[in-house]
Design a protein around this ligand. Structure first.
Ligand SMILES: Cc1cc2nc3c(=O)[nH]c(=O)nc-3n(C[C@H](O)[C@H](O)[C@H](O)COP(=O)(O)OP(=O)(O)OC[C@H]3O[C@@H](n4cnc5c(N)ncnc54)[C@H](O)[C@@H]3O)c2cc1C
Length: 449
């Protein structure tokens, strides 16, 4: 009888099953082959940061964690048509923060890494996780090849250009267990970052121009605010600003305050004095400089957030052409709740624009997208009802697709959101005819099999 209780980071998904942590490729192959027998299920797990039921298995199943598969396997440069291409290959369980440091120390930078520094590389790839950027897509769009252990324990390589590649890029761990990923990375470049508060009405009225004007566009709105906090970013040939002692001290102070606010003050206010939420929001807004400009290396520009706390997060990918509508629907809903004295959102609404993706079931598949999310502290009363309403508003926008790793409630019609879903499922079936790499949620709610 299995006795190990597995649970994700937030603690909202758990199961009791066998949990194994192979330390090298041979152990991984043996673990998968011995677990994938009869009708037993096997689910790959990274760091367990996803809110959705991607990982839990029935009691006779096995979760294979990649925590001990975190090595750098190689860095290489290839010249194609006179242009240098840089690649880095790592094991599946390496954390994003470590890969960022590996590339940075070699004068390279990742394409569309998550803002969040701690997911595993395979976890971020498999859910279509993303950073920001109009020219690139999600993180998986930088993939060159994947080494995947299938249900028989055999190692198979899928490379860009192979017929199965668009299925394997973002596959929710349903084809097999990724052992290693090779990613194309860019030479480090500098980014001109212009941060400013701009009235909501003006931003939405000028939205079509705004979303075409910048290489990288990220935006925040906090409950009760009359302005968006915009981060307007473009590649720059200029030198990066020097980091003065004062600036480092300011960042340390901001991080300490942010962390304290996110972990202690906001959850306390949410539970004991929710009416103070807009006051806190105003205070947070007041600490932000009206307009701030800087030139920073890309590896820093997209990793400005240093403090994280456990939270609830719902996110949708919306076609960029409907971005203003997605923002209006969300802000109107938060304002309606506020008028009734309820504050189910106390962190922020956050949006990032991401270029079209190639993965057949990547939420940014085939179109420029706004990824918009609502985040709120753990313990906030009434967040679930609010998320349900928000989801129905966002899901009603043509082309809306949930982020696979973040909270969403939709259980039907998910397969209809992707024009290449049938192709994806055909590849999946060929890789795993025994359905070992599916759990009941994937099988029924997501893939409708
Ligand atoms: C605080 C916070 C901030 C976040 N910020 C961002 C963000 O900036 N951008 C964004 O897009 N997302 C963000 N996310 C979501 C996060 O990137 C995804 O949930 C991601 O999948 C987490 O990685 P993980 O290693 O924890 O994966 P897990 O949650 O462990 O697994 C996710 C999926 O990947 C599969 N998987 C994991 N390892 C393998 C493997 N070796 N082979 C095959 N499949 C595998 C699993 O089976 C599962 O389907 C954030 C999450 C949190 C908690």
């Amino acid at each position: 009888m299995p006795t190990t209780e597995w649970s994700n980071w937030t603690g909202n998904r758990s199961c009791v099953c066998d949990v194994v942590r192979p330390e090298n490729l041979a152990e991984l192959q043996a673990a998968v082959a011995s677990a994938a027998t009869g009708t037993r299920r096997v689910r790959p797990a990274g760091t367990g940061y996803s809110w959705t039921p991607l990982i839990p298995v029935p009691g006779d199943g096995t979760i294979v964690e990649t925590a001990k598969l975190d090595r750098l396997l190689g860095v290489r440069t290839e010249v194609l048509g006179g242009v240098e291409h840089h690649y880095v290959k790592v094991e599946a369980g390496m954390k994003m923060s470590e890969l960022i440091e590996i590339t940075r120390s070699r004068g390279l930078t990742l394409r569309s890494p998550t803002l969040f520094p701690w997911p595993s590389i395979a976890g971020a790839l498999s859910t279509g996780s993303h950073g920001v950027g109009r020219k690139g897509g999600c993180f998986a769009d930088s993939l060159h090849s994947l080494d995947i252990v299938d249900a028989t324990g055999s190692l198979r390589r899928v490379t860009r250009g192979d017929a199965d590649f668009p299925a394997a890029m973002v596959a929710l761990g349903s084809l097999g267990m990724i052992y290693a990923a090779e990613l194309e990375v860019s030479p480090e470049f500098n980014v001109y970052v212009d941060k400013r508060n701009v009235p909501v009405d003006r931003t939405l009225a000028e939205f079509d121009d705004l979303i075409e004007a910048y290489d990288y566009l990220e935006m925040f709105w906090m409950p009760g605010a009359e302005t968006f906090y915009l981060m307007l970013m473009d590649e720059s040939g200029a030198h990066a600003d020097e980091w003065s002692f004062r600036r480092k001290a300011e960042q340390w102070f901001d991080t300490t305050i942010q962390s304290r606010a996110a972990n202690v003050w906001v959850p306390w206010i949410a539970q004991h004095a929710p009416g103070l939420t807009p006051v806190l929001t105003k205070l947070a807004g007041g600490t932000v400089t009206e307009v701030e400009k800087e030139i920073v290396p890309a590896s820093d520009a997209f990793h400005f957030q240093k403090a994280y706390s456990k939270n609830w997060d719902i996110a949708y990918s919306i076609p960029a052409t409907h971005a203003a509508e997605a923002w209006s629907r969300a802000i109107d809903l938060v304002n309606d709740y506020a008028e009734a004295g309820a504050y189910p959102i106390n962190y922020a609404l956050h949006g990032r624009f991401v270029g079209p993706g190639e993965g057949w079931i990547a939420p940014n598949h085939d179109r420029y997208s706004l990824y918009i999310e609502a985040t709120t502290a753990i313990g906030t009363p009434g967040f679930q009802g609010f998320f349900d309403e928000l989801e129905s508003r966002w899901a009603g926008i043509p082309g809306a697709r949930p982020h696979w790793g973040k909270h969403f409630g939709r259980t039907t019609g998910l397969d209809t959101l992707y024009p290449r879903m049938a192709d994806f499922l055909a590849v999946r079936q060929a890789w795993d005819p025994g359905r070992h790499f599916l759990n009941p949620w994937l099988e029924h709610d997501v893939f409708d099999l």
